[in-house]
Design a protein around this ligand. Structure first.
Ligand SMILES: Nc1nc2c(ncn2[C@@H]2O[C@H](COP(=O)(O)OP(=O)(O)O)[C@@H](O)[C@H]2O)c(=O)[nH]1
Ligand SMILES: [Mg+2]
Length: 218
């Protein structure tokens, strides 16, 4: 029975996710599950964020991709502990994959873990992995219709970054509509408009992150 099988998989995932969360909480590690479509700017955002914070916060990264180690190499170049997971075709990470990955880190020496999920606007939002929050990036090149077309990810994300605002002059995209629709779906979402290319707007995100990760260490 397909329905029973699916619900068993979700139950098993949930059980491991709760154990992951207990381990993160025990060590006061703040964990962010970062999601977006392919190419919206997840790795670029991590590069910019880590460069600014790595001297004051100890950060580790779990990279999720269907194949390849490109993103892990980009993070490793910053001198940060990183584990690459290749899902081999699966469109999202799950709690078991995260458990295997964070066992490679010394949680006693880690303040903040970023999980870069597989690029996909649908499946990653459905799987809890023990993270403190889900955050997502929407690139304005994807168009202003995306929040209403892919509501679950926008509803489940506490923080939403609208990226590539440097490209606005070249696009027919209504950023106000994006923000209005996000607010309809998720009134408490914290929204930042940013350009990971120029750095515009990133300070607000960095400040938010500092406060959030520090509050878990108190
Ligand atoms: N113009 C512009 N390009 C960006 C910005 N952020 C990322 N990119 C580019 O978008 C492409 C995909 O970025 P990447 O971070 O690899 O996306 P990911 O697949 O979500 O990890 C790369 O060529 C980046 O240089 C931005 O704010 N503005
Ligand atoms: Mg990436």
């Amino acid at each position: 029975m397909k329905i029973q099988v699916v619900s068993k998989i979700l139950d098993a995932n949930e059980r491991i996710a709760v154990e992951n969360k207990e381990a993160f909480d025990r060590h006061h590690v703040f964990v962010i599950n970062l999601m977006s479509s392919p190419g919206a700017g997840k790795t670029t955002l991590l590069e910019k964020t880590i460069s600014q914070l790595k001297d004051s916060i100890s950060i580790a990264v779990i990279e999720g991709d269907i194949a390849g180690v490109d993103d892990a190499m980009r993070i490793e170049a910053l001198g940060i502990p990183v584990v690459q997971i290749n899902t081999g075709g699966y469109c999202h990470l799950d709690a078991g994959m995260i458990r295997d990955a964070f066992n490679e880190f010394d949680l006693t020496k880690t303040d903040l873990i970023f999980i870069e999920n597989v690029g996909n606007l649908v499946c990653p939002a459905e799987f809890y992995m023990g993270e403190d929050i889900k955050a997502m990036i929407l690139s304005i090149t994807e168009g202003h219709d995306k929040p209403l077309k892919y509501p679950t990810m926008f509803q489940n994300s506490s923080v939403i970054l609208i990226n590539k605002i440097d490209l606005k002059p070249h696009l027919d995209v209504d950023i106000d509509k994006i923000k209005t629709d996000i607010k309809k779906l998720n009134p408490s979402a914290v929204i930042f408009e940013v350009s990971c290319k120029t750095g515009e707007g990133l300070q607000g995100w960095i400040d938010w992150l500092k406060t959030a990760s520090t509050s878990k260490r108190l």
